[in-house]
Every structure is written in C-alpha cells, then in structure tokens.
Design a protein around this ligand. Structure first.
Ligand SMILES: Nc1ncnc2c1ncn2[C@@H]1O[C@H](COP(=O)(O)OP(=O)(O)OP(=O)(O)O)[C@@H](O)[C@H]1O
Length: 258
C-alpha cells in the first residue's frame, strides 16, 4: 500500500509578475518578477511590511488589477489577458472574497447576503452545502438579521459563508481579522482552517498578525515587491522571529534592486 500523500494541484499561480504604479520619477514598482504557486486545499498567508506589495499581489492574483508583465492562472484558466466580461465571470464562478470591512449589503438579511453571489451568477447554491457552512459558522439563528443587528464577528462570519457559498476554487481573504477582537478573530480563523481541512477549500490570506498566520500551512513573505521567504508549517513564534529579521531582508532586496 502506498503511503505517499496525494500530489496537490495548483489553485492559483503567478509567473514572473511585474506591476508598477505611476510613471517617470514618481513610478513605484509594487511587484518585481513575482513567481509563486498556491496549492489546492491549502491555507497560505501572505505577510510583509506595509507597502511591500501584499494587496497588489492579491489583487493581481484575483483579477482585480492587471499585471504589467507575467502571467496569472486560476487553476488552468489564464487571468491575464481576459476581457472584462470574462474576468467578471471568472471572479464570480471561481473566486470568493473576504474583506477586512466585511462589505455586506446593509439592506439585506444575513441569508440574502450569503446567497446573493450565487443568485447573481444565476445559480442556486447547493442547499446541503449552505446548511453545513451556516451551521459550522454558528449562524443558523442569525439568518434573518440585517448587518447592523450583528456583531463584527457575526458579520465577518456571514462574509465567510458568502465567500464559500459557491464552493469557489480559491478564497482570497484580505486582513479578515483586522477589524475584530481576538476572540471573534480566532473564530473566523478556526473556520478558515476548518474549511481547508474538512471541506477542501483553498485559502490565500493577507495578514499583519503572526497569530493569524500561524493558522496557515505556509507563509509567503514579501519585501519591496519580491518574495523573500517561504515558510512551511508556521507558528506565531517562527513568524515573529522572521519579522525581526525583516529589516535585513528588506535591505538585501533593496540592495539587489538598486
Ligand atoms: N493605486 C496605486 N497608485 C499608486 N501607488 C500604489 C497604488 N497601489 C499601491 N501602490 C504602491 O505600491 C506599493 C505596494 O502597495 P500595496 O498596497 O500592495 O502594499 P501592502 O503590502 O498591501 O501594504 P499595506 O500593508 O500597507 O496594505 C506601495 O508603495 C504603494 O504605495
């Protein structure tokens, strides 16, 4: 009997991606030749100092921003070069988003917020799947509430259910615990972990918090628009230790780019 673990496929990849903002003297290079792959069924955190390119990378991976050079794929689908219409469809069908500010529609109930993306896509989310995630997120008693009637933690759990409702190929989470207290943040992070372990989802999360990154399988560190470190099986202590050496990593990256 083979004991080898199954080879994971790639959910998202970037190949030689460059991205600059502005031009001439004012030009800022946000991503410099970034190549990275994110395995399906894995939870990856992206960390790095402010301005290192984390949001730009996530936006380019998710087709929310264009790249100047290089290629991005979601599964086998090339993101670079798609028409606006095809990009909208790709985001709707294959990608879930969780934002720091929750981004729920205030006039809709929790349930309507959760099912809206599938409804817009003209699809009905699988009722058994929805029930399962709503139960796992402990939202069963909150479905008729509007966002203003929910705590921040509950709102973010609704946003998690919304992101997963269509069983997307990848969920991008941008500082999902940035607006939450420690306890509510931990509930969201435990859910993201569960969604990977029990439901086979793929999560890519930008965070500043070493404690949040410790929930991931892997941490990719960016500095000055480049990947400077790729850490497997992170712990908060390992991440903190790495961040202490960040100034050296940034100086080295800037030295190479000088
Ligand atoms: N729309 C824009 N126009 C001009 N410059 C931009 C734009 N977006 C980002 N930048 C610049 O690109 C670089 C990378 O920014 P980005 O927001 O990706 O970093 P970040 O690591 O996500 O930062 P933070 O942790 O503060 O959110 C920064 O120097 C930033 O000022």
């Amino acid at each position: 009997m083979s004991t080898a673990s199954p080879v994971k496929s790639t959910a998202v990849s970037a190949e030689g991606v460059w991205k600059a903002y502005g031009s001439g003297e004012a030009q800022v290079i946000a991503l410099r030749d970034v190549s990275v792959q994110f395995a399906s069924g894995a939870f990856t955190a992206i960390m790095g100092p402010s301005g290192s390119g984390k949001s730009t990378l996530m936006h380019c991976l998710a087709g929310l921003d264009t790249t100047d050079r290089g290629a991005v794929h979601i599964g086998d689908t090339p993101v670079t070069g798609l028409s606006d219409k095809a990009l909208t469809k790709l985001r709707r069908d294959k990608i879930g988003f969780i934002f720091q500010q929750f981004n729920l529609l205030p006039t809709l109930t929790a349930e309507e917020n959760i099912t809206l993306p599938a409804a817009i896509a003209g699809a009905k989310a699988d009722p058994d799947w929805l029930k399962r995630i709503i139960h796992t997120l402990d939202l069963t008693d909150r479905l008729t509430h509007k966002p203003t009637e929910l705590s921040g933690g509950q709102q973010q759990r609704v946003a998690c259910a919304r992101a997963l409702a269509t069983r997307p190929d990848v969920v991008f989470a941008d500082e999902p615990t940035g607006n939450l207290d420690t306890r509510s943040g931990a509930e969201v992070l435990r859910f993201l972990r569960t969604s990977v372990d029990d439901f086979g989802q793929t999560i890519v999360m930008v965070t500043h918090d070493p404690g949040a990154a410790a929930y991931a399988d892997r941490v990719v560190f960016l500095a000055d628009g480049q990947i400077v470190e790729d850490m497997a099986d992170p712990t908060a202590d390992k991440v903190i230790d790495k961040m202490k050496h960040f100034e050296e990593l940034v100086a080295a990256a800037q030295g190479e780019n000088a």
